[in-house]
Design a binder for this molecule. Structure first.
Ligand code: TXA
Ligand code: MG
Length: 337
């Protein structure tokens, strides 16, 4: 990557613009955290509702510390262990973070991406970047520069091409709160870093830690029932008993009853039920995660296919598959039993 492209990105960001940046998870649509205009642009370009907070990206632990009022020993340990990487911490925000970034919440999501281009960009700017995934609201996240271009064909966007995202799924979002005698952790969004990974890392440490399941909607906005939607409807099917023709017929019957929209995300329904296509993924979870979004995009831009389907199998129930299953379930219009 030439320094020239980086220079253009810096110039765009420093003049209140937005820039698409590569990360190891998915591509992000970034603005300086010090640019309210840039932040507003992120929401308007994505057509993202203001209730859904953005993640702030840093290039060092020191930079991360400026964003929170509680950079505590546990966060420091986890950052040392998992950063740069696909783990976002939700911590009490400092005054350095505009409330537009956090959707008015008192907490901020912070992560250090594992991508040299993103890290050198943030390093040169000396200011963190707020960035959600670089897709239109509710749609499939991009894992290549070409995907970003396809999401926003009419925007004159500076896109930093950093190749294919190696993880392929959005980061694990971990809410951390410090109570009197212990820390309370809650995974708000599943990702490549699993609960077992966190427990393993913490197992020989002195921290008193409690994991709790879900937080309230207020502490964890942005968790819509539907999200990551491809352009052609996707249905999930249990096992391999149903034939393609049966899947098409069942989908046609059941889709009649679906609403057209849930939480602002339109639910896709085919107008015809002529032909379907199976979404096939590698058996190994890390490989499956890496190709999931590009496969969904590839299949859903095909002509003459009305419906995509994915067959749920036993190996999809293991922990490393949970993040993929979360995305697939939200991308699907329907689950057929
Ligand atoms: O891997 C990723 O996390 C990618 C790359 C670009 O870093 N980013 C990403 O951003 O997936 P986005 O905006 O698509 O998803 C961020 C999600 C929000 O929808 C919200 O659920 C959660 O992170 N989040 C961010 N800040 C939060 C906060 N203060 N409290 C609770 N949840 C928060
Ligand atoms: Mg997103």
């Amino acid at each position: 990557m030439s320094g020239f492209v980086l220079d253009r990105a810096i110039e765009a960001l420093e003049t209140d613009g937005v820039v698409a940046i590569p990360t190891e998870t998915v591509y992000g649509l970034a603005a300086l955290i010090t640019s309210p205009l840039g932040i507003k642009k992120i929401f308007s370009v994505k057509k993202r509702p203001f209730f859904d907070p953005l993640i702030v990206h840093v290039s060092s632990k020191k930079m991360a510390e400026t964003l929170t009022t509680d950079w505590n020993p546990l966060v420091d340990f986890l950052a040392e262990h998992f950063w740069p990487g696909p783990l976002t911490f939700v911590l009490p925000k400092s005054t350095a973070v505009d409330s537009m970034i956090t959707s008015g919440l008192e907490t901020v999501g912070v992560r250090m991406p594992k991508h040299t281009l993103a890290l050198s960009l943030i390093d040169r700017l000396g200011i963190p970047l707020a960035a959600p995934s670089a897709n239109r609201f509710g749609k499939t996240s991009p894992t290549t520069a070409a995907h970003v271009k396809a999401e926003f064909p009419d925007e004159n966007l500076v896109i930093l091409d950093g190749g294919e995202s190696q993880v392929g799924l959005e980061s694990t979002v971990l809410h951390i709160s410090r109570l009197e005698n212990h820390y309370r952790l809650s995974i708000l969004r599943k990702g490549a870093v699993t609960k077992t990974d966190l427990e393993k890392a913490l197992s020989y440490q002195k921290f008193q830690v409690e994991f709790i399941e879900a937080l309230s909607k207020k502490e964890s906005p942005g968790h819509m029932k539907h999200h990551y939607m491809p352009e052609i409807p996707l249905v999930m099917v249990h096992g391999s008993a149903l034939s393609e023709a049966e899947i098409l017929q069942l989908a046609q019957e059941k889709m009649k009853d679906l609403p057209t929209e849930i939480d602002g995300v339109s639910i896709l329904k085919p107008t015809q039920f002529r032909k379907s296509q199976e979404l096939l993924l590698p058996v190994e979870s890390a490989q499956a995660a890496r190709v999931l979004y590009s496969e969904l995009r590839k299949l859903s831009t095909q002509k003459k296919v009305d419906l995509l389907y994915f067959r749920l199998q036993a190996h999809h129930e293991s922990e490393p598959w949970q993040a993929i299953m979360d995305r697939l379930t939200k991308a699907a219009s329907l689950i057929i039993n």
